[in-house]
Structure formats: C-alpha cells, structure tokens
Design a protein around this ligand. Structure first.
Ligand code: AMP
Length: 387
C-alpha cells in the first residue's frame, strides 16, 4: 500500500514525502480511509506505531475540504485533540504542523505549567486544530478564551492514560461543551473496561482498528517463578524484599484493592512501600513517584495501567505478584527492568489458578521461566500464622 492509495490530497502527500515516509504504517493504512469517510474510530495502538499521522492526515484533509461544514462560524475550533501530557501535546502539535504545512489549516497547542498568555493570544488569532491537555483547556474555557461550539472532530489520544491519571471528570466536562454531532476518534494502548465504557458512551458505530504491540523483552532480564499459593504470597514477597532492602522494586498486582492491601501488609512488616493506582489523587501519585525515584520508598506496588507512564529506569526487580493472564502485559511489566543493558530480575508468583497464565507467557517468550524453590521458612511460617 502507498500513501497515494489512501486518497490523500496533494498538499498532504507532499508533506508526507518531505517527512521521508515511504509507506503507511499498519495503523495508518487501517485508520485513514475510515477517518476520511467520517466514521468514528476506536483505535488500539501505542505511541511509536505512527498513530499520530493516522488521525492527523485525514483530519487535515477533512478540514481543508470546505464541504465538510461550510457553515462553521469563523474563528471556531474545528478539531480538538485531547491528550494526557504536555510532552505528548507538543509532539502532536508538531506533527500537525509538519503534515499540515501546505494546507493553510491553523493550529495551536495549550497545556498547563506554563504562562497562559501566549496560548490565549494564539487562540484569539483563530485556530482550526487545537491540541490540549484537559486541565489547561478547562481553565481557558472557564475564562471564556475558548469555545468548543464549533468542534466537528474530537480525538482522545492515549485515552487509557488520561483515565489513569484521573482526567475522566475533566474529559466529561469538556465533552459536555462539544457538539453531539461530531466525529470522534479514541485511541488507547490498552482497552480496560473503563475505556470500553467511555468508548460506548461517546463513539457512534465506531470502526475498531488495532495494531499489535512489538514484544521483545530485554535479554538481560532473568525470569524466575515461585510456585506459591495466594495466601502465602505476602510473606514470600516480604522475605524476598528483605534480601535486597535498598534496591528498588516494582510490584504488580491485578487490582487497585489488591495493591492497597499488599502495601498495608508490607508497611506492617516494616518495608517502605507505597501504592500507585488510578484511585490515588494526582498529588499522592506524584509524591509516591518522587519518593520511589529517590529510593526513599524503594518498593512501589502498582496496577498495570498506573505503571504505564512510569519513567524510572534502573529498577532492579519487577515482581509479578499476580500473574497476568495477558502475556503482552507480562512483557510490558518486565520492560521496567534490565533497561539499557543493565541486568534485572523478573520474579513471578504463580498460584495453582495461575498456571494457565504462566503457560501463555512462556509461549510468548518461547522459553520457560526458571522455577525457584520457595524458601521453606515461608510456608512453615504461614502455617504457623494461620494456625
Ligand atoms: P507516533 O506513533 O505517531 O508517535 O509516530 C512514531 C514515529 O514514526 C514518529 O517519529 C513519526 O514521524 C514516524 N512515522 C509516522 N508515520 C510514518 C511512516 N509512514 N513511515 C515512517 N515513519 C513514520
């Protein structure tokens, strides 16, 4: 497939050629025709797959095509892209600028943490495409510096991460100001229930497009598995952590409740630990992360989604306290250790109920995890505790 086959107009093809792209990526060849046709899209794709161009190119084309809605009042924002972080907002904005350089479509970006005056000035000058993080957008809306009444296309990018960062109420407030009759595109790297529900609420007969993740765990990671029953897991973890008290460890649990419960157990056992999950306030999350980074709190107990945005490199050990049924998630979890050639250990706790999960992971890795015997004291101590 070539970009020419996607029915993109010459100004866009020219920009794509200048960018040096030869062929569309899978998400681009799948999504672009649907977006051009005006369909709602639910896209499952990570950053790095070319997903920005997958929505930016057809949006630019639709906005350049005056027949889309010739009645849009002048000075109104026509496409709104919401995303979780300022870095991503800036990246998306840069992409729109690159791809739209020959189209005359005007664009700007707004995000928090910087002076709002230049952003307000850019908005007053008139923009067609606005890339925004939810918090700053609401601020500007509150000051009547932005109106969303003319929005024809809405994109939620990295929607799973936005939800995980606690942006759902903000997103709902923004959605309430966007015309119901619009085209909506929702992209997420993972599709937890909360995303499916949001997609159900805001997308209209969407087309689903999906691209597989590339999974290649670092070769410097040792994969160990302890066969241990669920009630014995807290004690085993406490013992293993005690062997390397200063090393940073990331512990994955399946649920937020499980993360809280385990964190309480660790704290009672004298391990400096904190929980990181979507129910925590932004302040609590930022604090937990900062303390983890500085190794003040060397153990972080997290749910998968919460750990996604985590940018901490030298994590010595990753514990799969609950063994995930999704092998891709396993690879994602252990991607936190053994980075940049450093050695790391991925330790999994596998209960009898989780054996099938283990088989799935071993199939994907094309290797068996190395079984390690549970230290004898653990089960004895556990029996002693429950007696
Ligand atoms: P994204 O997933 O949108 O963050 O894009 C990841 C990177 O791939 C960006 O640096 C893009 O410039 C680049 N890219 C996007 N589409 C293509 C393509 N069709 N061919 C080559 N590179 C691309």
């Amino acid at each position: 497939m070539r970009f020419e086959d996607l029915r993109l107009t010459e100004p866009l093809l020219r920009a794509v050629r200048t960018a040096g792209y030869r062929t569309p990526t899978p998400i681009q060849s799948q999504a672009i025709p649907h977006v051009l046709a005006g369909r709602d899209v639910l896209g499952c794709a990570q950053t790095g797959t070319g997903k920005t161009a997958a929505f930016a190119l057809p949006i630019l084309q639709r906005l350049s095509d005056r027949s889309l809605r010739g009645t849009a009042p002048a000075g109104q924002i026509r496409a709104l892209i919401l995303c979780p972080t300022r870095e991503l907002a800036q990246q998306i904005h840069d992409s729109f600028r690159t791809y739209g350089q020959h189209t005359g479509v005007r664009q700007t970006v707004v995000y928090g943490g910087v002076n709002q005056n230049p952003q307000a000035r850019a908005l007053r000058a008139g923009v067609d495409v606005l890339v925004a993080t939810p918090g700053r957008l609401l601020d500007l809306m509150g000051q009547r510096l932005v109106s969303l009444a003319g929005v024809e296309i809405l994109v939620l990018d990295e929607a799973d991460r936005m939800l995980d960062m606690g942006f759902l109420p903000d997103i709902r407030r923004i959605l309430a100001q966007v015309p119901a009759q619009r085209q909506t595109l929702l992209f997420a790297a993972t599709m937890p229930d909360a995303i499916r529900k949001l997609a159900n609420d805001i997308l209209c007969h969407p087309v689903s497009v999906q691209v597989a993740r590339v999974s290649a765990p670092a070769e410097t990671v040792a994969h160990w598995v302890y066969h241990v029953e669920q009630p014995e897991k807290p004690t085993l973890l406490t013992r293993l952590l005690a062997r390397t008290p200063r090393a940073r460890a990331l512990v994955f649990t399946r649920t937020k409740h499980g993360a809280d419960k385990l964190t309480r157990h660790l704290l009672r056992a004298g391990v400096r630990a904190a929980a990181l999950h979507g129910n925590k306030s932004q302040g609590a999350r930022t604090r937990a992360l900062a303390e983890f980074r500085s190794a003040q709190t060397p153990v972080l107990v997290a749910t998968d989604i919460a750990a996604r945005g985590l940018d901490v490199d030298d994590i010595a050990q990753v514990f799969n306290y609950d063994l995930t049924p999704d092998p891709e998630t396993y690879v994602h979890r252990i991607g936190r250790t053994g980075r940049a050639g450093a050695s790391g250990t991925a330790v999994s706790f596998c209960s009898a109920q989780e054996r099938a999960n283990l088989r799935g992971i071993e199939r994907l890795l094309r290797a068996a995890l190395q079984t390690v015997a549970v230290p004898r004291g653990d089960s004895q101590q556990r029996r002693g505790m429950s007696a």
